[in-house]
Design a protein around this ligand. Sequence first.
Ligand code: NAD
Length: 273
Amino acid sequence: MTSSLRVAVVGAAGRMGGAIIRLLTTTPGLQLVAAVDRPGSSSVGQDAGALAGVPSTGVRVQDQLAAALATSGAQVVIDFSSPQSSPQVAETCARAQVAVVIGSTGLDPASRERISAAAGSVPVVMAPNMSVGVNVLFKIVEDVTRALGTDYQVDVLEAHHRLKKDAPSGTALRLADAVAAGREGPSPLRHAREGLIGERPPEEIGMAVLRGGDVVGEHTVYFFGEGERVELTHRATSRDQFARGALRAAQWLAGRAPGLYDMQDVLGLRGVK
Ligand code: NAD
């Protein structure tokens, strides 16, 4: 019998941390061996399973990742904490030689650079959206942009729950990247529109953001033509599909060479025609 993959979860007390722990505990071949949240969190010392609303796991939430890795024998870390903490999580994993899946969004260029440097010594999957459907959408958006050509103007609209901290969402920005990848020439982003803005430059990608209630995540890419419009929409109805993708990424990382990967790699979508 092959042994289970030993997983540590960072951001264990959060919305995504909880979804991942719930799914982890019922997925064959995966074992929760450590759970970490920020120092000062009321979750520290509590059972990670009880915190996530499932039976006790025997794993208590800790507040120091390095110590948790040293004692748990974790083979992969899944981190959905925050854009401020994820670079340090990646560096700690690199020092401990443990693979890491990073789901935090809103990372600035300097933070991405630190994660990229960590990926020089351990395998890292970083993706602003771990859902299979959204990652297929990235691919479709690039292909549709290429097929429709320069006569169509593109805007992206996203909606999320009222507690989301970054805007636009990492997924909306990645959708804009997919549009840019399907075009020749520059595609500057236009964040919202107000006032006497004049005619719309055809090459800009408009970004509009809605926030409120409990919306898990909705994204639409509009392709506006003369006399018609194409809309590609993804609606997330639960966090479980992000968690499922994160676990899939963790399994894919086992035994992988150091490097920075994303969900296109995990799902085998890169270069697919
Ligand atoms: P949340 O605020 O509910 O949870 C974050 C958790 O991380 C909290 O428990 C917090 O205490 C903990 N944390 C903060 N700093 C920490 C540190 N230094 N060390 C350890 N733990 C720390 O947020 P959430 O809704 O679960 O989202 C978390 C992140 O994941 C956000 O950046 C969000 O945008 C992103 N997200 C990504 C995806 C994806 O598919 N990639 C999907 C949903 C959310």
